[in-house]
Design a protein around this ligand. Structure first.
Ligand code: AMP
Length: 192
C-alpha cells in the first residue's frame, strides 16, 4: 500500500501517519521529520534548509526530491509507505509521479485530513506556547498551506485518488476513519 496524507499544519498528520503505518505495517516517511533531523545533525542538507523551516517557507523541491528518493524506494520494496508532508505542491506531485511512475511505485491513494481554520489556529497556538513557533510563523505556515498545498486536493480528486476524513474529531476516531477508508480502498483494489 502506498498512500499520502495531506493536512494543514495542526491537522494531526504526523500522529495519524504513525498510527496508520503501525496498523498496516507500512513505513512512515515524514519529510518534516527527516528535514529536522538533518538540521539537528548539521548535515549539508540541514544547513541549506534551516532558514526555510524557521520562516515557515517550503524547502526547494530539488532538496526534497533528493532526500526522499532512497527512503521511498526502500519502503516500496518492503510493504509500502505512508508519506506525511510530501508532496506539498502540485509541482512536487508531478515530479514524484514522473519518477515513481517509471519505477512502478507511484501513490495509490491520498487521504485528506480536513480541519477547520479556526480549529487549526486554536491547536497551533496551544502547541506553539513555549516552543519557537511565533504567531506570525504559524499564520505564515497556514497561508503557505492554503496557497501551495490545498491545490493538491483538487489535483488528486481529479485523478480519483482522494478520500477525505473529518480531522476535527478525537484522535482515535480520526485514525479509525482512515483505517476504514483504506480497507474500503483495498477491497476496491485501489491500494494493495
Ligand atoms: P512538517 O513537519 O511537515 O510541517 O514540515 C516542517 C517544515 O519542513 C515545513 O514548514 C517546510 O519548511 C519543510 N517541509 C516539509 N516537507 C516539505 C516538502 N515536501 N516541501 C518543502 N518543504 C517541506
Amino acid at each position: 500500500m502506498r498512500v499520502l496524507l495531506i493536512g494543514a499544519p495542526g491537522a494531526g498528520k504526523g500522529t495519524q501517519a504513525a498510527r496508520i503505518a503501525r496498523h498496516f505495517g507500512l513505513t512512515h516517511i515524514s519529510s518534516g521529520d527527516l528535514l529536522r533531523r538533518h538540521v539537528k545533525e548539521e548535515t549539508a542538507i540541514g544547513r541549506q534548509v534551516a532558514e526555510y523551516i524557521d520562516r515557515g517557507d517550503l524547502v526547494p523541491d530539488a532538496i526534497i526530491m533528493d532526500m526522499l528518493y532512497k527512503p521511498v524506494m526502500a519502503a516500496s520494496a518492503s510493504g509500502g509507505y505512508i508519506l506525511d508532508g510530501f508532496p506539498r505542491t502540485v509541482e512536487q506531485a508531478e515530479a514524484a509521479y514522473a519518477v515513481a511512475g517509471e519505477l512502478g511505485v507511484q501513490v495509490q491513494l491520498t487521504v485528506h485530513i480536513e480541519v477547520s481554520p479556526e480549529e487549526l489556529l486554536r491547536r497551533l497556538k496551544a502547541r506553539g506556547r513555549g516552543e519557537d513557533d511565533s504567531d506570525s510563523v504559524i499564520r505564515h505556515r497556514l497561508k503557505v498551506y492554503e496557497e501551495k498545498t490545498m491545490p493538491l486536493i483538487a489535483y488528486y480528486a481529479e485523478r480519483e485518488k482522494l478520500v477525505t476524513v473529518n480531522g476535527g474529531r478525537p484522535v482515535d476516531e480520526v485514525t479509525w476513519s482512515i483505517v476504514v477508508q483504506l480497507q474500503r480502498a483495498r477491497r476496491k483494489h485501489l491500494v494493495d
